[in-house]
Write a protein that binds this ligand. Structure first.
Ligand SMILES: CC(C)(COP(=O)(O)OP(=O)(O)OC[C@H]1O[C@@H](n2cnc3c(N)ncnc32)[C@H](O)[C@@H]1OP(=O)(O)O)[C@@H](O)C(=O)NCCC(=O)NCCS
Length: 178
């Protein structure tokens, strides 16, 4: 149910907290994820996140592992859920940079999208991405997301202002490509 062509989405494991912290604290990873001032997370932060978000609840967070050798390479899941309007806001990171631009992120997100539409009965999946993150934007487009709005100069990073791009995928659009 949670398997794509390159990855499997599975539960987060306590034993991987240190590894997860190392991935998330990599400046090249972090700059794409946090809107606030990019500052290192502590082990306590990561343990708290694990405690609050790894178990089954409305956030539904998955670890991403490769199909070929079961290597833990990142995570994805639901950051916000609006049951009344049937919308889920998602997030993803591949923390092992050796796996960037090789199709793993797109595959993982496709599995997550399928889970949301087929298991949760949600109508719309949405996300936001900083305009400098060209790799992520390309990956989201490959999953079928469309740009719905551009929040101009929302994000100050590395000495410049960048736009925050809002993207969405409707269930009816996704169904057309199944
Ligand atoms: C964003 C992320 C999940 C994408 O996963 P990925 O496995 O690297 O991406 P994919 O290989 O599936 O797709 C990326 C596409 O962008 C392309 N690409 C890479 N760099 C690019 C660039 N600078 N400009 C345009 N396209 C680019 C790749 O070639 C690929 O397209 P292709 O398959 O047609 O060749 C992953 O890179 C990541 O986790 N990055 C760090 C954290 C992050 O940015 N998270 C998302 C925050 S919104």
């Amino acid at each position: 149910m949670y398997t794509g062509t390159k990855v499997r989405l599975r539960e987060h494991r306590k034993a991987e907290i240190q590894q997860s912290l190392k991935m998330i604290n990599d400046p090249e990873v972090m700059k794409n994820l946090v809107g606030k001032t990019p500052f290192l997370f502590t082990l306590e932060d990561e343990e708290k996140w694990y405690k609050e978000n790894s178990s089954s609840n409305d956030t539904y967070n998955f670890a991403i592992e490769t199909l070929e050798d079961g290597k833990y390479i990142g995570g994805c899941g639901i950051n916000g859920l609006d049951w009344k309007n049937s919308k889920a806001t998602v997030g993803i990171f591949i923390g092992d940079k050796n796996y960037w631009s090789r199709g793993y992120g797109t595959d993982a997100l496709k599995v997550l999208i399928r889970f949301i539409f087929e298991q949760m009965n949600i109508n719309k999946v949405k996300l936001n991405v900083f305009s400098f993150n060209k790799r992520a934007i390309k990956s989201y487009e490959k999953c079928g997301f469309k740009t719905e709005g551009v929040m101009r100069q929302e994000m100050f990073r590395d000495g410049k202002y960048y736009d925050d791009i809002h993207m969405g995928l409707l269930r009816e659009e996704w169904l057309l490509n199944q």
